[in-house]
Design a protein. Structure first.
Ligand code: FES
Ligand code: FES
Lengths: 709, 162
């Protein structure tokens, strides 16, 4: 095709988000903005204990309340089949299958009424009696059932135990992280309607194809008769990667009533209904030679899991790949507790691993008297430590050196408590990060029309990462047209199948599929004998064609299984400076430098926003965020936005974000995902900076003032 | 859970003036301004993030001052002039704050954005956007889990400087 290479590449350019105008006008529709004709409103009845059994439910008062149309509990709910396993290795435990209460806030029933206020009022009238038992809430509780290696993350290379014994210097430290709640701003919503046997659901999800497959299986209808719509979601950060019970209950109520039903979770319900980052405890043992070569890494992690629930917390997954070290062992354990079901939260597993590993390396650097950046460079994995294959891309060295440069690391006095600024102790710390490659197959349909405009359609979601924008940008680039000539349709399972927005895997898979579609379209256009410099519009016009379409597909996991490269995810290094008020125990991040290898960028502006978002969430994880459980009821005692502290505008320091590295050699577009890498090194960099400032090593997140006083 | 409790409520007639239009409405006296805007007036640009006054997603202007509409009863607004995100544009031309938000990528998922923009407009009207620190402080009642915070500051600063 002659039309494609006439312009300078659009890829990477910091163009404005194409859906930005709609969003600033309040015109982008989120699930809670949809109202259907004849719709009824639902409210949930939730358990007020965390462990035990339901002995009696009395629906009568609720059923008699004004406006009430339906009250469904396990006593009168129709049976449903179990949902299938998703490609993330999770499935939903259907609460109504028995009378057990597994956690506080477990859904016991759904009440549907003419108005939301009526439904909420009636929900409080459902009487539930329990046989309650003391909840098991703590990882250390001896009553907790421990599963060993449930997701197959135990691994061993060389002989870590022997190497630890023989090492010149060792570190043996234990790190804990409290439960964190994803807390996207958008309240999760389901609007379900059965339209002549076909189910249409507006549902807050990052994974519409999974919701479709799950609802189809549970309600016994073919997948083609389920349509999930989600053009915009108010964030997810992983909360939208599982099927949650409120979606099933709303769908069930709509079927029973044969009218549309809408449910919007309340903010307190979001704390127990849509997952969280499981609390974890990790023992990290490192062995090294006197000159700072790692000879052993032994990583033992236990993370919380809901009782009867299945969901990997891939904490040990990245350990064997992090550094060049001959002897590495990982041990995976899960403790089943009376907590709300866990989920994935931004960089799941990677955040936990790097807090432990990068803190332990800082401890090792101190023991050896080697600079922390230098220690990481000495153990740099030039090739993949397991397979020995060369990386498809790895600019982590540049992340470290460029970061050190921009931060002014070389002027740092390594001894703790060496720097003061007025009343504040000042400390500087750093950490590096990697996030494993992940992808799933993706299909897109690409059309061009006689007006010279293109349409890209796929069932993916844009959770705020910029999927609409980068898809348009890549398509325009490949077709040699302007970005505003490309329309992108997402968020609809009637469109070609796409994977979840998650695991930093969508942008790479979608881009590869768009490229495949553009190549197929190019072939079809070439057969029309384009003239030099001729536009697509005139080509179609000359042949009397209204439009031309092609389907594109990518299967990166299959390609990754056969390539000679070690397929890399993104890398990062973060440098942080903190000020600690010793009297008050208050830590403030003063400035933060992050350098990211994200491969080739689609859009420098939205890419930067992803890193800013991850960084700020990392500051919250380091200093603020933790769900506190009431020991008797198992309730998240701080389960409101007033009580669960997250970073606000005033918490954000001066951020310096730089991208390094070139196109990835494996991905057809050269990109790597950016949604998660930004958060990974932030908490350990801050914890290391706190140690440098105060001499105190805090191994428990968040670093709150009580731990420093 | 919700601010609209079932406690003895009565119907009231209110005249809501929103974005220059008058909407007569019969509402439960406990209906919040936020629910009235979204459910009765179908102005869904204003968002509910917590319904407890803690996130700022529902921020609108009442007589030019910012309020959280989830903690304001609709009945209290009788006679007030309410401005929501839908009323900011002037004859189809976006407000400079809206333009600046797009240029600076001061949004990601966009769910908090209406509230951020309304707070920013109020801040600028009050002439309190002298320094970045002042902007950060004033904007800290508006949570953004996507953390577009630095870009929000940059967008507001640009409008303040122009
Ligand atoms: S919805 Fe009003 S402040 Fe959160
Ligand atoms: S843009 Fe997503 S919460 Fe602010």
């Amino acid at each position: 095709m002659t039309t494609t290479l006439t312009k300078q590449s659009l890829l990477g350019r910091p163009i404005d988000r194409i859906d930005g105008r709609r969003k600033v006008a309040g015109a982008a529709p989120y699930p809670s903005d949809f109202d259907l004709p004849g719709q009824a409103h639902a409210a949930l009845v939730s358990s007020t204990i965390a462990n035990g059994r339901i002995t009696r439910i009395d629906r009568s008062a609720a059923e008699a309340a004004p406006g009430v149309l339906l009250v469904l509990t396990r006593d009168n709910a129709p049976a449903v089949a179990d949902p299938p396993m998703s490609n993330l290795g999770s499935t939903m435990r259907w609460y109504f299958r028995d009378d057990r209460i597994l956690h506080y806030g477990q859904h016991i029933g759904i009440v549907v009424a003419g108005t939301r206020a009526q439904a909420q009022a009636a929900a409080r009238l459902v009487e539930v009696e329990y046989a309650a038992e003391e909840p098991v809430l703590d990882l250390d509780d001896p009553r907790a059932t421990i599963e060993e290696n449930p997701y197959g993350l135990d691994s061993s290379r060389g002989d870590a135990a022997a190497a630890l014994d023989a090492a010149d210097v060792t570190v043996d430290s234990t790190y804990t992280i409290g439960a964190e709640i994803n807390s996207p701003m958008g309240l999760f919503t389901t609007v379900a309607s059965w339209q002549g046997g076909r189910l249409v659901v507006h549902d807050t999800t990052q994974f519409p194809s999974m919701v479709r497959a799950s609802l189809a299986a549970m309600f016994g209808v073919p997948e083609r008769d389920v349509r999930v719509l989600i053009p915009f979601l108010g964030g997810g950060f992983g909360a939208g990667l599982r099927l949650w019970s409120h979606t099933v209950l709303t769908t069930m109520a709509a079927r029973e009533l044969d009218r549309p039903v809408k449910l919007v979770l309340t903010r307190p319900q979001m704390f127990s209904s849509t997952g969280h980052r499981a609390a974890s405890r990790q023992r990290m043992r490192l062995g090294a030679t006197q000159d700072g070569r790692l000879v052993a890494i032994d990583h033992d992690a236990v993370a919380a899991n809901g009782i009867g629930d299945m969901l990997p917390a891939p904490i040990e997954m990245g350990t064997p790949m992090a550094y060049a070290c001959d002897n590495v062992a990982t041990h995976e354990r899960r403790a089943h507790l009376n907590i709300a079901f866990t989920g994935f939260m931004r960089a799941p597993g990677s955040v936990e691993l790097h807090f432990a590993l990068e803190s332990a390396l800082d401890e090792l650097a101190g023991k050896l008297g080697i600079d922390p950046v230098e220690l990481r460079l000495r153990n740099y994995a030039e090739v993949h430590p397991e397979s020995g294959k060369p990386w498809s891309s790895k600019a982590l060295r540049e992340c470290l050196t460029v970061g050190a440069d921009r931060f002014g690391w070389s002027g740092r006095d390594p001894s703790p408590r060496s720097t003061r600024d007025g009343d504040l102790l000042v400390g500087q710390g750093m950490a590096e990060a990697s996030f494993d490659f992940y992808a799933q197959p993706c299909t897109v349909r690409l059309s061009v029309d006689r007006g010279g405009n293109a349409l890209v359609r796929t069932g993916a979601t844009d959770i705020g990462t910029g999927t609409y924008t980068i898809t348009a940008q890549l398509t325009a680039d490949l077709l040699g047209i302007e970005v505003d000539q490309v329309r992108v349709e997402l968020g609809d399972t009637d469109l070609p199948p796409a994977p979840q927005s998650g695991g930093s895997g969508l942008a790479g898979a979608l881009g590869a599929a768009v490229k495949d579609a553009a190549a197929a379209l190019g072939e079809r256009l070439a057969r029309l004998d384009g003239r030099p410099g001729e536009t697509i519009a005139s080509l179609l016009d000359r042949h009397g064609l209204d439009e031309l379409s092609a389907t594109g597909h990518s299967d990166l996991p299959a390609a990754a299984a056969t390539t000679d490269l070690a397929v890399a995810g993104p890398f990062a290094a973060t440098f942080a400076e903190v000020g600690v008020d010793e009297e008050l125990g208050v830590v403030r991040v003063r400035r933060l430098v992050s350098v990211i290898d994200g491969g080739r960028l689609y859009n420098e502006k939205t890419a930067r926003s992803q890193i800013i978002g991850g960084t700020v969430m990392g500051i919250g994880a380091a200093l603020l965020e933790e769900a506190a459980y009431d020991p008797h009821t198992g309730r998240v005692a701080n389960g409101t936005f007033g009580d669960y502290l997250m970073a606000v505008n005033a918490d954000v320091p001066d951020l310096d974000i730089t991208f390094v590295g070139g196109p990835d050699a494996f991905n057809p577009v050269g990109t790597k995902g950016l949604g998660e890498i930004g958060i990974v090194a932030v908490a350990p960099a801050i914890a290391n900076a706190v140690h440098h400032a105060t001499g105190r090593r805090i191994r428990d997140l968040p670093i709150t003032l009580d731990k420093l006083l | 859970m919700s601010s609209t409790t079932a406690a003895r409520s009565t119907e009231v007639t209110v005249e809501l003036r929103v974005n220059g239009r008058t909407y007569p409405a019969r509402l439960d006296s406990t209906t919040t301004l936020l629910d009235a805007l979204r459910d009765e007036l179908h102005l869904t640009g204003t968002k509910k993030g917590c319904d407890q006054g803690a996130c700022g997603a529902c921020t609108v202007l009442r007589d030019g001052k910012r309020i959280v509409s989830c903690l304001t009863l609709a009945a209290q607004c009788d006679g007030s002039e309410i401005t929501t995100i839908e009323g900011l544009a002037d004859d189809g031309v976006p407000h400079p704050v809206q333009e600046a938000f797009v240029r600076h990528d001061a949004l990601q998922c966009g769910y908090c954005t209406a509230g951020q923009v309304m707070s920013a407009v109020a801040l600028l009207r009050e002439g309190r956007a002298h320094t970045d620190d002042e902007i950060r402080e004033f904007m800290s009642g508006n949570l953004c889990r996507c953390a577009a915070y630095p870009n929000i500051v940059a967008a507001i600063r640009e409008v303040a400087d122009s």
